[in-house]
Design a protein around this ligand. Structure first.
Ligand SMILES: [Zn+2]
Length: 103
């Protein structure tokens, strides 16, 4: 028997994956109340400037969900960025048109 114990290696890898994933999910999961289906576009917590390049005018919100007529129009005018239908807990909410950063 010259091969190392595969089951031991697998066990360590799975354990590491589980613990790191668990810790990240646990610390980043928002309260259940904030995860509503159709959250209205709220710009009240809009950042005053891009954290990467400092641009104030280039920061736009990222809209999630199935885009309707209004969202499409706003996206065409560059007022919002369409993020897609799937919203994940760590999905970016803001986009900078200057440096293309999303956060
Ligand atoms: Zn920027």
């Amino acid at each position: 028997m010259r091969r190392p114990s595969l089951s031991l290696v697998m066990g360590v890898a799975v354990l590491a994956l589980f613990t790191s994933g668990w810790g990240r999910t646990d610390s980043r999961t928002p309260p259940a109340s904030t995860k509503t289906e159709s959250r209205p576009m709220d710009a009240s917590d809009k950042p005053s400037a891009c954290p990467a390049c400092g641009s104030k005018e280039s920061v736009i919100p990222i809209g999630y969900g199935m885009p309707g007529k209004e969202m499409m129009d706003r996206a065409e005018r560059g007022e919002i960025l369409l993020g897609g239908c799937v919203v994940e807990p760590n999905s970016p909410r803001w986009h900078c048109k200057s440096c293309k950063k999303s956060w």
